[in-house]
Design a protein around this ligand. Structure first.
Ligand SMILES: NC(=O)C1=CN([C@@H]2O[C@H](COP(=O)(O)OP(=O)(O)OC[C@H]3O[C@@H](n4cnc5c(N)ncnc54)[C@H](O)[C@@H]3O)[C@@H](O)[C@H]2O)C=CC1
Ligand SMILES: O=c1[nH]c(=O)c2[nH+]cn([C@@H]3O[C@H](COP(=O)(O)O)[C@@H](O)[C@H]3O)c2[nH]1
Ligand SMILES: [K+]
Length: 530
């Protein structure tokens, strides 16, 4: 398909894009350009996702042809435009691994010691599909009672046994259900009933997944320990994992070592330079400098430091919501920008500080400005549905960052709990009192008055169980593909091309129209997402 002068040649047929005359096109009958909605805006109103709606376009391609690959930063490309937020109830290594396997990326939060955050990054970078790199181990001196307790709390039944009871110790045996089924005395030691090393089939460090698979088939066992030349345990391979972990062709990987991509956030205190160094040593691919108001000398100085000290690592600055804020961070050298202030589901910033911006306006204005410098935008927060993601992408964002959408999945930190019969997980703002207390004093020691009052800019709550990301992310992707196809948009480049040439059209919905766009008038209904 080729485009010229607003005309599209589609095979033999030469279609004018909207198939209507100029007068109709300019009358509002075909919706409005983004400039009309967001720039020539006499009422000085800012809009967000729910206010806006995208006009349908012409579909000349199949759903499967919709390409949602994108750029996160100047140098990082992703197959899927989804980023998990650096929040302590959203992104630790499990979330980051799954996000990267699904083609997106996770940003490990910084509400923990710098060394621990670096360990989380290392776990993502060292991840190998099908290889469990941190299996829970037992010692030969553990008792049957301990085995039962560990089984019960973790939900799995096989454990490697090492001389020191830890990962990396010398492998001395393995315990599975079969070993424990006929023993009654809870004080019996593991060494008495384990399957000992001499009866175990083990793989050598460096084994490929295919070779391991073959060995598991031959041994007819459920687990295959991997050991190094000193017979120390380096990994465990589980048959059940192999079955579900088919290689993911979309996975986000670095070009050098083909390891999963991983991001991490830091703050703007002097100590954060040390944190950044540890993260870089752990192999982090992108650092997000995390502030609610990113246009500060603190952040500019931090961005300059990162770009001069670790030029190989991309830096995302923010958060910003205006072109002038963006300009300062672009000048400082950022490779990407994070957009959104006070619009997150757990945010109270606009209430508490009176500063921020409605998100659709923020995304449109900052994307349009940063594009001149080749800087992609992450639309951060306020995403409640696949429709919101599609709108963010149609307004110029390269990616969306999500908190509440991804909290409450199996891969998010924390345990599920029940409240009023509903299965929930905790989700809280990083500016909530609870999160600030967890983070220790780092944020307040800067206030010289010892009596400084902590002002919350977020709340602490819970979200419902969404199950595993392995199903949820494909659902989100497919929803976005449907939306883009309906808008007549074949890729994210195509979306931007149409946005800035006024061929992508929008309208503002009245409050009644927004109601109409949702489910209405039913006595009761069930909402199943997929
Ligand atoms: N996107 C959003 O709308 C919001 C996000 N948040 C999240 O909450 C967390 C905390 O955000 P913030 O409170 O903005 O953290 P922050 O650490 O950037 O800022 C807190 C305070 O410390 C000051 N400060 C920062 N660096 C300094 C330095 N080197 N010397 C002296 N003072 C310094 C700042 O000016 C500010 O007053 C982040 O995870 C952020 O993403 C919080 C509120 C809104
Ligand atoms: O005002 C705020 N107070 C907070 O305590 C807070 N914690 C996180 N964030 C921001 O919200 C984003 C996630 O928003 P969603 O849950 O809507 O996806 C995140 O990605 C952040 O940008 C906060 N904003
Ligand atoms: K909010």
């Amino acid at each position: 398909m080729s485009t010229a002068n607003g005309y599209v040649s589609n095979g033999e047929k030469r279609l004018k894009l909207t198939d209507v005359d100029e007068e109709t096109l300019n009358s509002g009958a075909e919706g409005y350009t983004a400039t009309q909605v967001f720039v020539k805006n006499p009422a000085c109103v800012a809009y967000t996702y729910d206010d806006t709606i995208v006009m349908p376009g012409h579909i000349s391609f199949s759903l499967g042809d919709v390409d949602i690959s994108t750029k996160l930063t100047r140098n990082i490309e992703l197959q899927v435009p989804f980023v998990s937020s650096p929040m302590d109830t959203v992104t630790e290594h499990k979330m980051a691994i799954t996000m990267a396997l699904q083609g997106g990326i996770g940003i490990i939060h910084s509400n923990m010691k710098a060394e621990d955050q670096a360990t989380e990054v290392r776990r993502v970078k060292k991840f190998k599909n099908g290889f469990i790199l941190d299996p829970v181990c037992l010692s030969p001196e553990s008792t049957l009672e301990e085995v039962y307790r560990t089984k019960q709390s973790l939900g799995f039944s096989s454990f490697p046994v090492t001389d020191n009871g830890k990962m990396g110790g010398r492998l001395v045996g393995i315990i599975s259900n079969r070993d424990t089924s006929f023993i009654e005395d809870p004080s019996v030691k593991v060494k008495e009933f384990m399957t000992s090393r001499d009866r175990l089939a083990c793989a050598k460090d460096g084994v490929s997944l295919e070779e391991a698979n073959k060995m598991l088939k031959e041994s007819k066992k459920g687990k295959l320990p991997v050991v190094n030349e000193k017979d120390e345990l380096v990994a465990l391979i589980a048959r059940t994992d192999l079955q579900k972990n088919r290689d993911n062709p979309r996975a986000s990987k670095d070009s050098v070592n083909k390891q999963l991509l991983c991001g991490a956030s830091i703050g703007t205190r002097p100590d954060d330079k040390i944190r950044a160094k540890l993260l870089v040593d752990a192999g982090v691919d992108v650092i997000v400098v995390d502030s609610s108001q990113g246009d500060s000398t603190y952040q500019i100085e931090m961005v300059q430091h990162l770009k001069s000290t670790h030029p190989e690592v991309d830096v995302i600055g923010g958060n910003v919501v205006t072109p002038s804020q963006a300009h300062h961070l672009i000048e400082a050298g950022v490779d990407g920008l994070r957009v959104g202030m006070g619009i997150g589901s757990i945010c109270t910033t606009q209430e508490v500080c009176a500063v921020g911006r409605a998100q659709a306006s923020a995304v449109y204005h900052v994307s349009k400005y940063a594009r001149k410098f080749g800087i992609p935008i992450v639309a951060d927060g306020g995403i409640k549905s696949t429709g919101h993601i599609t709108k963010a992408l149609c307004l110029g964002a390269g990616c969306v960052m999500m908190g509440s959408m991804l909290a409450g999945t199996d891969e998010a930190p924390g345990e599920y709990f029940y409240q009023d019969g509903v299965r929930l997980k905790r989700y809280r703002g990083m500016g909530s009192i609870e999160a600030m207390n967890q983070g220790g004093e780092k944020r307040y020691v800067w206030d010289t008055a010892k009596t400084a009052v902590k002002v919350a800019q977020g709340v602490s709550g819970a979200v419902t169980d969404k199950g595993t990301l392995q199903r949820y992310i494909p659902y989100l992707m497919q929803g976005v593909r449907h939306g883009l196809q309906d808008a007549g948009v074949k890729s994210l480049d195509d979306a931007r091309e149409k946005l800035y040439s006024n061929r992508l059209r929008f309208e503002i919905r009245s409050p009644a129209a927004q109601k109409e766009g949702g489910v209405h008038g039913l006595h009761s209904y069930q909402k199943r997402l997929y």
